[in-house]
Ligand binder design. Structure first.
Ligand SMILES: O=C[C@H](O)COP(=O)(O)O
Length: 329
């Protein structure tokens, strides 16, 4: 007998439990309890024990979208702070099923790359739209690669709001970065005014349309949505608010790019993500990771990198406990 149980969780995980027993028919005897259903009869210890012993849990970690966490240091580090962050990140046990990256100021890109192990990527926090020229104060995609880094964050909400970068400029930067071979964390965001005035989706849709027109290879792009009103304001976005936007972003990709891009593109959330809220959010169906600011400077980043793994561990532990209980019947 082969029994396949599939549970699809809101996180996007699928747990397949496959059990196999021999096909021998057990003779009916009077020892069968009269009030048990056929299903319960199957669960008698004699049958159950071999079943449970042969239980294999196959965790399909939605292999299409590897969990992605980027800790953005912004302008808050120097070499000594980088050293201390590197120390606690390298000492920790990081979930290998999460892709972990740090966002580093341009002057420390080489330094951070040299200090960090290869399982932690390094991203620049911005770059310009051309390879070289007279653009004082800017850096190019080629320079980022020359520093040994493979990621760049573009259209960060602070670039959009403080430095007034328009959609067109961000689009040109994304086009150039991808053409140069970098991978891009492309950000979209909403402000408090956008939300209060009910134009969240209108604003995000315009940003997405502009970005999408610049993206030729979606496999090298992660979309980051930031609720600016929930970043360092003391207000936290609820899980429902986050899931609602992420789901709309995925639907937008489905309708305007392709089903395959919608299914495979990672969409991550930013806005005061910390040790306290990351595990709850890691369960959201359309959430594939986090863009983290202030918590990336603290050991919180370890919990955040491990947030989805911890959720899976809890599910595995749950099944193990069930197995132990059934053995005790
Ligand atoms: O780059 C990170 C985002 O701006 C979020 O920052 P935060 O986690 O401090 O709110």
């Amino acid at each position: 007998m082969t029994c396949r149980l599939t549970t699809h969780h809101e996180s996007g995980y699928t747990i397949n439990s496959t059990t196999t027993t021999t096909n021998t028919t057990r003779p009916q005897t009077n020892t069968t309890r009269p009030h048990t259903t056929p299903q319960l009869q199957q669960l008698t210890p004699l049958v159950l024990t071999p079943l449970v012993l042969k239980l294999t849990l196959v965790i399909n970690m939605d292999s299409q979208r590897k969990f992605f966490v980027i800790g953005n240091w912004k302008m808050n580090v120097d070499k000594s702070r980088i050293d201390s962050i590197v120390k606690f990140m390298t000492a920790a046990s990081l979930d290998p099923t999460t892709e972990a990256v740090v966002g580093c100021p341009s002057c420390y890109l080489s330094y951070a790359r040299q200090q960090l192990p290869n399982n932690i990527g390094v991203a620049a926090q911005n770059c310009y739209k051309v390879a070289k020229g007279n653009f004082s104060g800017e850096i190019s995609a080629a320079m980022i690669e020359d520093c040994g880094c493979e990621w760049v964050i573009l259209g960060h909400p602070e670039r959009r709001t403080i430095f007034h970068e328009p959609d067109d400029l961000i689009r040109e930067k994304v086009t150039h970065a991808l053409k140069s071979g970098l991978k891009v964390v492309a950000c979209v965001c909403e402000t408090k005014e956008d939300r209060d005035e009910g134009r969240t989706w209108q604003v995000l849709e315009a940003q997405m349309a502009s970005l999408a027109s610049s993206i030729s290879d979606w496999s090298r792009v992660v979309i980051a949505f930031e609720a600016l009103w929930a970043s360092n304001t003391g207000i936290l976005a609820t899980n429902n608010q986050v899931q609602e936007v992420l789901s709309q972003l995925r639907q937008w990709l489905r309708h305007n790019v392709s089903h395959s891009v919608a299914d495979t593109t990672r969409i991550i959330y930013a806005g005061s993500v910390s040790s306290d809220n990351c595990q709850q959010m890691a369960r959201l169906a359309d959430l594939d990771g986090f863009l983290v600011g202030s918590a990336a400077l603290r050991t919180d980043i370890i919990d955040i990198i491990n947030a989805r793994g911890s959720y899976v561990s809890r599910i595995v532990n749950f099944f193990s406990e069930q197995e132990r209980s059934l053995k005790r019947i």
